[in-house]
Design a protein around this ligand. Structure first.
Ligand code: GRF
Length: 220
C-alpha cells in the first residue's frame, strides 16, 4: 500500500511535528511527511522541518483580510502537494466550517488533556486546580467546535501531588511525542477510521492493567 502524504500544520515550537517526522523515517511507517505549513513565519518549527529535509512554508494569516481567504490559500497549497491527511500540531488558528468540511475525517489534532476534559487553553493548570489524579493527551479527528471530534487515541499521565503546570506539561509532552506517531500510524494504515461519528478499529491491541494515582503500597 502506498504511503499517505501528510501535511503538518504548526504555529510555533514544533516538537510534535518533529516526533512525527522522526517516526515517519521508519520504512514500514504508513505515512510520509510531505509538507509543513505554519501560519506564523517566525515559527521555530519551520527551520526544524527544513533541517530534517522536509519542505516547509509559511502562510501568514495576517496577509489575508478574511479567514476564508487564508483558508482558500491553505487548501490550495494542500491540494497542490497532493496531501491525503492533515495533522495539526500546535496550530493556533481556528478554522471555519468551509475548511473543516473539505478535510472532514482527513484531519487530526493533538490536545494536551484527556478530552472531553479541559478543552481550550491552560489545560495543565486547570487539571491541577481540579485535583484530577490523571490527565494526558488526545489525538482526535478535527471538528468545527474546538477540541472536539472522534477520538483516535489517548495517553494517560499521572498528576503528581507536587506538580506545577510546567512539570506536568513536560510529562504530558513526552507522552504526546509517543502518542501522535502511534495515532497517525493507526489512521494512515486504515486500522482506525470514523464510522457514525466514532472511531472503529481493526485490532488486536495490547492492554494494560489498571493504574492508580496516588500509587498503592508502601512506596506510595
Ligand atoms: C502541544 O502541547 C499540543 O498538544 C498543543 O500545543 C502544543 C504544541 O507543542 N496543541 P509543539 O509545537 O508540538 O512543541
Amino acid at each position: 500500500m502506498s504511503k499517505k502524504r501528510i501535511a503538518i500544520l504548526i504555529s510555533g515550537r514544533g516538537s510534535n511535528m518533529q516526533a512525527l517526522i522522526e517516526a515517519a523515517r521508519a520504512p514500514d511507517y504508513p505515512a510520509e511527511i510531505a509538507l509543513v505549513i505554519s501560519n506564523r513565519p517566525q515559527a521555530p518549527g519551520l527551520e526544524l522541518a527544513r533541517a530534517a529535509g522536509v519542505q516547509a512554508v509559511a502562510i501568514d494569516h495576517r496577509q489575508y483580510t478574511t479567514r476564508p481567504a487564508f483558508e482558500a490559500r491553505l487548501h490550495q497549497t494542500l491540494v497542490d502537494a497532493r496531501i491525503d491527511l492533515i495533522c495539526n500540531a500546535g496550530f493556533m488558528r481556528l478554522l471555519t466550517g468551509g475548511f473543516v468540511d473539505r478535510w472532514l475525517d482527513r484531519h487530526l489534532n493533538i490536545h494536551p488533556s484527556l478530552l472531553p476534559a479541559f478543552p481550550g487553553l491552560d489545560t495543565h493548570q486547570r487539571a491541577i486546580d481540579e485535583g484530577v489524579r490523571f490527565t494526558g493527551c488526545t489525538v482526535h479527528f478535527l471538528r468545527l467546535e474546538m477540541d472536539t471530534g472522534p477520538i483516535v487515541a489517548q495517553a494517560a499521565v499521572e498528576v503528581r501531588t507536587d506538580d506545577t503546570a510546567d512539570t506536568l506539561a513536560a510529562r504530558v509532552l513526552e507522552a504526546e511525542h509517543q502518542l501522535y506517531p502511534h495515532a497517525l500510524r493507526l489512521v494512515a494504515s486504515g486500522k482506525a477510521r470514523v464510522e457514525n461519528h466514532a472511531v472503529v478499529y481493526d485490532g488486536p491491541f495490547n492492554h494494560q492493567p489498571t493504574q492508580y494515582s496516588p500509587g498503592r503500597g508502601p512506596t506510595a
